[in-house]
Ligand binder design. Structure first.
Ligand code: ATP
Ligand code: MG
Length: 246
């Protein structure tokens, strides 16, 4: 298993759907241990980029290396093994409604024919939901559901975590919780994170760099001047006052 060098390298990667280029000649390195923000308007190609990084989509032309391998030459089994090293989190959580939090977190292990209740419990505790292990998704708030989804993504200790607008349907407090977890992921799991988002504030809060996509073209990769860390999180009132300038 490759443990040094970039986590992923894209070289002039183009993805076409018919006559549309969802991504056009994209060259980008994802550095080990970084949190890379990906921003762009709707249709800019953000999800397509994540699909490339997850080996769910192959480039129409150009080259991609993920965790040291070229996904286009892998067998189905090798592709599944590669994808086990990559975690995914989505805007809509994508939890199984008829499974408890605990069962949802255990799912990736089951797919690998593993069983490890202690590890599942540890991950639920990590995301602050030890006491909700037996709750079904419908019994949890959006923020709690996303935390379950993060625990599920981390239970296999992935090298790379891909998050596609994970906070877009959450309120401010739940967004902060999720961002804090994503930032902690690097520290506690050595996971590299790619965060797709519309919210520039989120990029400023946790990302090291920001890749700016415009209509399938990578316009620039900017270093992020990290906003000063807050020791204590705002109360909801303090947040409203700050945003409204009251
Ligand atoms: N499976 C597909 N088949 C056809 N066209 C697609 C497919 N996936 C994406 N596209 C097109 O590729 C372009 C980029 O789509 P993509 O989903 O990557 O954008 P996005 O930046 O994630 O947008 P959003 O912010 O709305 O999620 C769009 O024009 C989209 O219509
Ligand atoms: Mg998208």
């Amino acid at each position: 298993m490759q443990t040094t060098g970039p986590v992923a390298v894209l070289e002039r990667a183009t993805v076409r759907y018919g006559s549309t280029a969802a991504l056009e000649s994209l060259t980008l390195e994802i550095r080990r241990g970084e949190i890379l923000g990906v921003v762009g308007e709707s249709g800019a190609g953000k999800s397509t980029l994540l699909n490339l990084l997850d080996a769910a989509t192959h480039p129409t032309s150009g080259h991609v290396r993920i965790l040291g391998t070229d996904p286009t030459v892998l067998s189905g089994r090798e592709t599944r093994r590669l994808r086990h090293r990559i975690g995914m989190v989505f805007q809509s959580f994508n939890l199984l409604a008829n499974r408890t939090a605990q069962q949802n977190v255990a799912l990736p292990l089951r797919l690998q024919r593993r069983k490890d209740p202690a590890l599942v419990a540890e991950l639920l505790d990590y995301v602050g939901l030890a006491d909700r292990a037996d709750s079904y998704p419908a019994q949890l708030s959006g923020g709690q559901q996303q935390r379950v989804a993060i625990a599920r993504a981390l239970v296999t200790r992935p090298d790379l975590l891909l998050a596609d607008e994970p906070t877009s349907s959450l309120d401010t407090r739940a967004t902060e919780d999720v961002l804090e977890l994503l930032a902690g992921t690097r520290r506690d799991f050595d996971t590299t994170v790619v965060l797709v988002t519309h919210e520039l504030e989120s990029v400023g809060a946790i990302c090291d760099r920001a890749a700016v996509l415009e209509r399938g073209v990578l316009r620039r990769v900017l270093p992020v001047a990290r906003s000063a860390a807050r020791d204590e999180r705002d109360s909801y009132l303090a947040h409203v006052e700050r945003v409204l300038g009251a």
